[in-house]
Design a protein around this ligand. Structure first.
Ligand SMILES: Nc1ncnc2c1ncn2[C@@H]1O[C@H](COP(=O)(O)OP(=O)(O)O)[C@@H](O)[C@H]1O
Ligand SMILES: [Mg+2]
Length: 284
């Protein structure tokens, strides 16, 4: 069988801002169709710059990016935005219409759809995101969580093949995070390729299969999330804190109770503790 060509290929790219900040250095990255991948690293590591190269908001000063095997160098932001949807950290950077309905409507307008189709899709999106009740409201008068939802809705309605989220769980309450996780699961069923920048290590550990770590404009690790986030050395490099489950494994190991990495989910952890307590009390 022929080897699958990655959907996104970054070949030795670099970027320096006009003020001289070298934000990206010698980045090589392949992402395949249908992958869910996390990008982690401390503030200023280059995460946002990296994703901005994917829809042409910034253009590498060296190296090349290929999407669907085509060099994106000569493609306009408008063309790339049909394939790559980016939901930015601060929703107010992307919301500008006078009402929630208009925001979705406007986002759909560049897609060459009929007026009826645009209205149909707008209504459907408002329903799916539970935003119907705010249809006529100004996006400026939504709560933090609702405006984030609208920002996501205004990108998802365009049905881009690649979805990128910059810090989606930041400042979200448990219900909003649950909504986001459901949304991700739904998009994955449609074989969407999803990239998530996050500082939320527990979320990454539980939901994201592959993680890349960045420091100072470079990728210092790229692999399965469980392996990457269990690596104390790498975690230290990026000022992250080991996921609770890894800390739990380490504590057990220090007590001579368990081999490292046996426990890989919260369920495993509670099962293990339950058994431990049961065995202990039966010995008394
Ligand atoms: N518009 C800009 N002009 C100049 N420097 C920038 C700009 N945006 C980001 N930077 C710098 O580029 C580096 C990478 O930033 P960024 O990609 O935003 O990192 P992250 O998203 O990981 O926090 C940082 O040193 C940051 O200060
Ligand atoms: Mg950022």
């Amino acid at each position: 069988m022929a080897r699958e060509i990655p959907l996104i290929m970054m070949k030795e790219i670099g970027y320096t801002y006009p003020n001289g900040t070298r934000a990206l250095k010698n980045i090589n990255l392949n992402i395949f169709t249908g992958e869910l991948i996390g990008i982690m690293g401390r503030n200023g590591a280059g995460k946002t710059s990296l994703i901005r190269t994917l829809n042409g908001l910034i253009r590498p000063i060296y190296g090349n990016i290929y999407i669907k095997n085509e060099n994106i160098n000569s493609k306009s932001i408008a063309t790339l935005s049909k394939i790559v949807g980016i939901i930015f950290q601060n929703p107010f950077h992307q919301l500008f219409a006078n009402s929630v309905e208009e925001e979705i409507n406007f986002s759909l307008r560049s897609l060459n759809l009929s007026k009826e189709e645009i209205q149909k899709r707008t209504d459907q999106t408002l329903r799916e995101f539970d935003l119907e009740k705010y249809r006529k409201r100004s996006p400026l008068n939504l709560s933090g969580g609702e405006s984030k939802k609208l920002a996501v809705a205004s990108i998802i309605c365009r049905d881009p093949q690649i979805l990128i989220f910059d810090e989606p769980t930041l400042g979200q309450d448990a219900k909003e995070i649950e909504f986001f996780i459901n949304l991700i699961n739904n998009e994955r069923k449609k074989r969407k390729t999803i990239i998530i920048i996050t500082h939320n290590i527990e979320f990454a550990y539980e939901y994201i299969p592959r993680t890349i770590l960045m420091t100072e404009g470079q990728i210092i690790a790229d692999g399965s999330t469980i392996e990457v986030l269990n690596n104390e050395f790498l975690i230290e490099q990026t000022s992250l804190i080991l996921p609770q489950i890894c800390q739990f494994n380490l504590a057990l190991q220090e007590l001579g109770l368990q081999e490292i990495n046996k426990i890989s989910s919260k369920n495993d952890m509670t099962d293990y503790l339950r058994n431990l307590i049961k065995n202990k009390s039966s010995k008394i």
